[in-house]
Design a protein around this ligand. Structure first.
Ligand code: NAD
Ligand code: TYD
Length: 339
């Protein structure tokens, strides 16, 4: 099988490519990535010499470039991970989120139609459902929960999902969508909660917790997410949406304290800062459908996954130091300087 994977120089796409080439040595993977601030070729170094791996630098919103890549590689399957993915950046500057996440998806859908790909898979997020109240732990997002977005990021992801569903119905495209909760693991860009906190803690820097730290996220180890996508792409039913989640809801402050405990660092590093505007209170996913239809279950317990993640960041300091040395430092100073 020949898979065209967009956004593979990023966190989840990178983990997905590593896992796919290891588990399916006969498959061919073509990675298409624009290499934005979040794309990192170092994430792909471990597989760069694999003869079944190809890399194409391109913007998914650039229709002629994408068409040329489809013409050259003729993929069987397209999996779209490429996105602007950070909520805080979307609040600062929404435009690029619409261009990449919505128009980029449209370009990929059109090329997939034109070249008759056998399966298009859209990697979406639980954030398209909005948020849940803290005092109703019984409520969870199902695939039937109405779309109800909060941030420019989630609105752009929802726009892409709706477009996918329109292409599925109108053009009968063989297409699936997955909506996953928050991931963590190796190669996670340090602007997101878990890598930001553990890198700051390792350097004895303050840990900026938004508001009171009581917002809840449902954390899933990235490899478990990759395995779920793999199952959907190979065995899922075209036209369907699948929720993916770890039944692992935690408050942010609980996550931060667990990181500090595992690193043996003091809670005095915690620094409560101004809250994020429009901050979603709680995400909670019901993954019953993917479990029942495809037999998927998360395999990694949070404490174990966090331990693996911390070990990876300890052993791969050059990966994150290179990120911190670049343009990211300006972002950090701007976002946290006088927060
Ligand atoms: P990321 O920001 O780490 O990586 C995104 C990748 O996409 C980068 O390599 C970047 O260079 C590339 N990219 C961005 N714009 C592009 C463009 N116009 N053309 C080509 N490449 C482009 O993101 P991630 O955390 O790996 O997320 C991957 C996908 O999973 C996204 O679609 C995101 O919405 C979704 N998702 C993420 C999470 C999470 O917890 N991180 C949870 C659920 C869903
Ligand atoms: P994040 O990793 O940005 O993911 P998302 O907003 O997509 O869920 O944030 C996870 C949670 O952590 C969210 O409630 C915001 C909070 N947070 C902080 O408290 N401090 C930080 O520095 C960051 C980046 C996030």
């Amino acid at each position: 099988m020949k898979l065209l994977v967009t956004g593979g120089a990023g966190f989840i796409g990178g983990n997905f490519i590593h896992d796919t080439l290891e588990r399916y040595p006969e498959d061919i993977v073509v990675c298409v990535d624009k290499l934005t601030y979040a794309g990192n070729m170092e994430t792909l170094f471990p597989i760069y010499d694999n003869e079944n791996f190809h890399f194409e630098k391109a913007d998914i919103a650039d229709a002629p470039a994408i068409k040329a890549i489809f013409e050259k590689h003729k993929p069987d399957v397209v999996i779209n991970f490429a996105a602007e993915s950070h909520v805080d950046r979307s609040i600062e500057d929404p435009g690029i989120f619409l261009t990449t996440n919505i128009l980029g998806t449209q370009v990929l859908l059109d090329a997939s139609r034109e070249f008759g790909v056998k399966r298009y898979h859209q990697v979406s997020t639980d954030e398209v459902y909005g948020d849940l109240p803290l005092d109703r732990p019984d409520l969870l997002f199902t695939e039937e929960t109405p779309i109800h977005t909060s941030s420019p990021y989630s609105a752009s992801k929802a726009g892409a999902d709706l477009l996918c569903q329109a292409y599925s119905r109108t053009y009968k495209m063989p297409l699936t969508i997955s909506r996953c909760s928050n991931n963590y693991g190796p190669y996670h860009f340090p602007e997101k909660l878990i890598p930001l906190m553990l890198i700051n803690a390792m350097q004895d820097k303050p840990l900026p917790v938004y508001g009171k730290g009581e917002n809840v996220r449902d954390w899933l180890y990235v490899v478990d997410h990759c395995r779920a996508i793999d199952l959907i792409v190979r065995n899922g039913t075209p036209g369907e949406v699948y929720n993916i989640g770890g039944h692992n809801e935690r408050t942010n402050i609980d996550v931060v304290k667990t990181i500090l405990r595992q690193l043996g660092k003091s809670e005095s590093l915690i620094n409560y800062v101004t809250d994020r505007p429009g901050h979603d209170m709680r995400y909670g996913i019901d993954p019953a459908k993917i479990n029942k239809e495809l037999g998927w279950l998360p395999e990694t317990k949070f404490e174990d996954g966090l331990h693996l993640t911390i070990e990876w960041y300890k052993n791969n300091e050059s990966w994150w130091q290179n990120v911190l040395d670049g343009e990211y430092q300006n972002y950090y100073d701007k976002m946290y300087g006088d927060r």
